[in-house]
Write a protein that binds this ligand. Sequence first.
Ligand SMILES: Cc1cc2nc3c(=O)[nH]c(=O)nc-3n(C[C@H](O)[C@H](O)[C@H](O)COP(=O)(O)O)c2cc1C
Ligand SMILES: [Fe+2]
Ligand SMILES: [Fe+2]
Length: 399
Amino acid sequence: MPAVEMKPDIYWVGVNDRTTDLFEGLWPVADTGVSYNTYLINDEKKVIIDLVKAIKTDAFFDQIHAVMPLSEIDYVIINHMEPDHTGVLKTLHKIAPDITLVGTEKMKQMLAHYYGITDPVRVVRDGETLTLGRKTLQFFEAPFIHWPETMVTWEQTQKVLFPCDAFGSYGALRGTIFDDECLEPEFYIREALRYYVNIVARFSQPVLKAIEKLSGLDIQMIAPSHGLIWRKDPARIIDYYRNWAELAQGGGDKGITLLYGSMYGNTEAVMDAIAQGLACSGITIEIFDVARIHTSYILPALWIHKGVMVGAPTYEGRLFPPMAQALDMAVLKKIQNKKAAYFGSYGWSGGALRQVKSMMEPMQWDFRNIFEFQGGIEGDVLKKAEAFGREFSSDVQSE
Ligand SMILES: Cc1cc2nc3c(=O)[nH]c(=O)nc-3n(C[C@H](O)[C@H](O)[C@H](O)COP(=O)(O)O)c2cc1C
Ligand SMILES: [Fe+2]
Ligand SMILES: [Fe+2]
């Protein structure tokens, strides 16, 4: 995509990545793609804000060159050191070694560790400004969105915020970079939530702190380094972020995430009966087979719904491994204070329940409803399962 002028002398350039299958080597983006957005300011001083992953490097440098020759660039602002925004830095530094790299003190340390670059580097403090001519940049530290060195950049005259990972989403750009020209903004909101819970959720307190810190700015445009630029109503994506970050304390809507895994169908049959019980009350249920659906898609449901139903059998004295993996990711992402239930089949001495209990403990899930059964779906197991589902949905709703 050629450069797009977003505001006078401020340009979007970037890489639309439709070939990486796993973002961070972990999160599936083969269906959605992902973009690494970079911004250029063509003033008396010439600036690049954030870079891109080391793919399509030639095309990326050509994009920049069409706006301003690489040899004329004065500064590269490094809001965040993660290689999805700095991958081409070493190459750029070799081509244009006089460009000054701008960032936090922590960024300077990491720059040496990741790329062996120590000079020319300009360290900026929280709130410091950099005059470019007609335009002025201001930098605000925003540690842990998403790494410790992170800051955001604010362009004072056009009132554009460049927050790097914050307010970003998965999803390659589909012909436009702006939310108001996009025919499917809901796709990007959904992908922003998946991105938030996959990447940022563990740092929800820093997110709330940053939102508070930036609350005095009259933001007209939010230009993140992944996904759409928010200019129609920038407050909307900030509100989404605030709501998502507040869910780190727990709670959520009255929906239920029903996670299940099954080897021979016993736990699965019970899951269907439980789902019938849950559905009686008309609440939202999202069902995931943990062995087949990637955790990336499960985490958003866990994040936004208050209820969690975990169904999996015993496997070699322990919890069915794909379920253990899903719960372990929930622990890592600090999905806390949910209302939880467990069901599952075991053959002889069990073991799954013990592990579920110990995994839920650090997340402080309120875990009282248990329906364990031995072997197959004999007798009145399915009837009991349906009643178990009905009871849990009314527990979730009554809170
Ligand atoms: C590979 C494998 C390992 C198992 N390990 C145990 C075990 O250690 N303890 C136990 O009580 N049951 C164990 N079981 C029995 C299952 O928990 C039981 O068959 C259960 O009904 C399976 O539920 P499902 O049909 O939902 O897969 C094991 C079953 C399999 C296939
Ligand atoms: Fe990041
Ligand atoms: Fe990123």
